[in-house]
Design a protein around this ligand. Sequence first.
Ligand code: UT7
Length: 334
Amino acid sequence: MIKATITGVEASLPEYILTNEELSRMVDTTDEWIMTRIGIRERRIIEEGKGASSVGAQAVEKLLKKTGTKPEEVDFVLCATVTPDHQFPATANIIMDKCGIRNGFGFDLNAGCSGFLYGLVTAARFVESGHYKKVILVGAEKMSSIVDYTDRATCCIFGDGAGAVLIEPTTENFGVMDSILLSDGVGRVHLHQKAGGSVSPASHDTIDNREHFIYQEGQAVFKWAVSQMADTSLELMRRNNLSADDIAYLVPHQANLRIIDAVGKRMDFPPEKVMVNIEKYGNTTAATLPLCLWEWESKLKKGDNLLLTTFGAGFTWGAAYLKWGYDPDVNYEL
Ligand code: UT7
């Protein structure tokens, strides 16, 4: 049986660092409030005139180089994003062009902050079919393009960046082992962008009313996020006979340190087994999970069990059980 496994991970972060100190000069907030309520110290911001594909393409280029993959070998590029360069064409196609990938196909996937998780399961199905050998999944976001920097309730949360993984077939028992993906559109009222889509295209009014930015009812999202991420992860562990002891790391979406802590506690995970880097990058939406995998890559060993879990706009949520497929000293040229 063919399984789909991650064989490399890379990332790209814009250089500009937006600190809490700078934010506190833009809106009525403090480093102390942001650190205690959200756990973010700084986030990266893509310069004006560039889109999500700038970091997305950079992450993919680095991934091709690191894994010794030629652009012409890539079968499929899936880009998870809520901040595409344009409404159309897909940002995946722009990234492919920038990276010289011309023998494959690509499209975008919008599942809010669950984009990378949904994408991982989607990409895995293509690989498991036996028809696709080299699939790239990239989570790329320019959240700063839809953040209202006069709204203190949302502007501290989000950051820009991208992470990409190469997914390949294996006949060994590694890779995406199991997953649960769920959505409930009833939650859309709590987290959305009011204008810019077909129901309310851009107009003078939508701009005057600041409707092209993220709208979030934080507390409602917070409650759903904690219970759904924990419950879904526990269900996935139960049906795979896994306890926290069997899992090397929990890899949660990075939306709020208090959400991550609450999920970890509900699941009986000691803090050292929970990947957390929100302090440095904020919530990068579809890029949070690959940014975690990228930072922890040197610590991961072949056979390590990982549990990925997310929650985001839609609402969308889910969990995936991954058996990591390579050791840190892997020679990518082989
Ligand atoms: O990734 C997609 C999923 N998104 C999430 O998971 C986000 C989930 N929600 C959250 O992380 C939190 O709800 C927030 C970080 C968005 C907000 O934190 P909170 O602890 O739920 O704050 P709150 O909205 O209940 O607001 C509490 C107080 C309010 O003041 P009053 O009305 O009590 O006087 C806010 O105006 O905190 C105030 N406040 C701030 N104060 C200083 C809100 N933002 C700020 C701020 N600085 N930046």
